[in-house]
Design a protein around this ligand. Structure first.
Ligand SMILES: [Zn+2]
Length: 497
């Protein structure tokens, strides 16, 4: 029940010596699961670790993308002159227009010239008919784990991993992704540092640790860490805030509340088998309806919602019955379950996973076999999402792979296999913005995201070309995104003078 706070009152009356003994034993108990994997892995793969460590630095984006933020929150403004707008909703560009950003919001949009006080601090960008669009939103991101190898995540000092995540957050923003919904991992500190301007990166809607049952998709423990006695020590990934292992409605409720306490904007639960986890079959249904409902109640009392990892109809149906508002993945869905999502207005956060150049490198054979199953379902999943007009979100779910992370925009471009460029771009902007708003009164960034309209938050991209005609422009943000603005601040401006 009470996983961490297992001090009985009787301990208060123990002698000092006995307290010290208990303390020492508890330290040994806590260290064992953390140290043993490190020692085993170090022994097995010294050379491999070295290679991974060296790779950490080499994986960074080229320095040419280094951002240079220009603050405009102090009453100054930016005027985009002569832009054609993709507003995140409609399938066509606007007539040539002018857009005035003041502070962190879009103040005015007009086809007529916008007159600005020449004495005020106004940056005028002559866009020459280029396309202005909303910043991109990735609805399924893992800021802590997207670009760092599994080996590093298991072995490196956590302060180093957080610094790598911060560098990757900067690269994410410089790819034009101005907002991410983080579907699991320790990102509360990163989010805070970005929001305070200490680091550069996207807006983050954090889930905190994803909640998993024992042997679920988020149970990364080694065999020798099982069994865990009730109230036993936390495993490495739990200590780091990556996963929270909880069994029973009470434990799930506790873990959900702990994430909310730390600032989670939504709760992420593992409701079925996954690819990158060897101890559960893809076909497995995880948790019971009462366990999922416990998280749903905790989230709804906080004004927000639960989203679940689930691939199969059975896992999806159980989660929907328990009251979740969003399904992550769902690649193995069947037709009646897709219809159910549509009927109930449940969001479907689906990833364009196909067998292509982004097949995750270094995947073990078990994971590869599972991944093949998922990839085989992708076409059918998108077909059903379209057929039943399910509210569909775009997300990448890139994990442990710096190469794939650098191709985040290419994942969006892949969507034209199923959608028009306008539909795909709408999904990654206006539609994803609607999904983010489900976090209700704890929304960390109240205001409209993913649209270009008066009063919306000023997250904008100026594109050198028309992405509605050529979506491949988003594959090369370094070249094609001339301006990247988040919250009214310009992080990149390479418009030729
Ligand atoms: Zn994920």
């Amino acid at each position: 029940m009470n996983r961490k706070r297992n001090w009985a009152p009787i301990e208060v009356v123990l002698t000092v010596g006995a307290v010290c003994l208990v303390f020492a034993l508890s330290i040994v108990r806590k260290l064992k699961p953390v140290l043993c994997p490190l020692l085993v892995l170090a022994g097995l793969s010294g050379g491999l670790c070295q290679a991974s460590l060296a790779q950490g630095d080499a994986d960074l984006e080229p320095p040419g993308l280094a951002p240079f933020p220009t603050r405009s929150a102090d009453g100054s403004a930016t005027l985009f002159q002569n832009v054609r707008i993709f507003d995140g909703k409609s399938a066509a560009l606007s007539a040539p227009s002018n857009v005035l950003v003041k502070g962190n919001t879009i103040e005015r949009i007009s086809v007529n010239p916008i007159i600005v006080d020449t004495n005020a601090k106004v940056l005028v960008i002559s866009a020459d008919g280029r396309v202005l669009m909303p910043g991109l939103i990735d609805a399924h991101w893992h800021a802590f784990m997207a670009a760092t190898s599994q080996m590093l995540l298991m072995t490196a000092d956590s302060s180093y991993l957080h610094l790598l995540a911060a560098r990757q957050a900067e690269a994410t923003l410089m790819r034009g992704f101005t907002t991410v919904r983080d579907c699991g991992g320790p990102v509360f500190g990163l989010k805070r540092a970005i929001d305070e301007g200490v680091m550069i990166g996207p807006r983050i809607y954090p889930s905190g640790a994803f909640i998993s049952q024992t042997s679920g998709h988020g149970d990364f423990r080694f065999s020798f860490e099982v069994p865990r006695p009730p109230g036993g020590p936390l495993s490495h990934s739990e200590v780091e805030g990556i996963a929270a292992i909880a069994d029973s409605p009470d434990e799930v409720r506790l873990c959900a509340r702990e994430q909310l306490r730390q600032g989670a904007s939504q709760i992420k639960l593992m409701a079925g088998g996954g690819v990158n986890s060897p101890h559960n079959p893809i076909e497995s249904t995880q948790y019971t309806e009462p366990e999922i409902r416990a998280a749903v109640e905790a989230a709804e009392n906080w004004g927000t919602y639960v989203t679940v990892h689930a691939y199969t109809p059975r896992a999806i149906r159980q989660a929907v019955a328990a009251g979740v508002k969003c399904i992550e993945h769902g690649h193995l869905i069947d037709e009646p379950t897709a219809k159910l999502l549509a009927d109930k207005g449940i969001w479907w956060s689906l990833q364009p996973l196909t067998y292509d150049e982004d097949v995750f490198a270094r995947m073990d054979p078990v994971s590869q076999r599972k991944a093949q199953e998922i990839w085989a379902g992708t076409d059918n999943a998108y077909k059903l999402a379209k057929k039943y007009n399910v509210k569909t979100a775009f997300g990448t779910d890139i994990l442990f792979d710096a190469g794939a992370a650098s191709r985040q925009g290419a994942y969006l471009a892949k969507m034209v296999r199923w959608y028009t460029p306008a539909e795909a771009l709408k999904m990654a902007t206006g539609d994803n913005g609607e999904l983010l708003a489900l976090s209700g009164f704890i929304n960390p960034y109240p205001g409209k995201l993913g649209v270009v309209e008066e009063g919306a938050l000023a997250d904008l991209l100026l594109v050198d070309g028309n992405p509605l005609e050529n979506i491949k422009l988003v594959e090369d943000p370094g070249k094609n995104f001339l301006v990247i603005m988040k919250d009214g601040t310009i992080y990149k401006n390479t418009v030729p003078k």
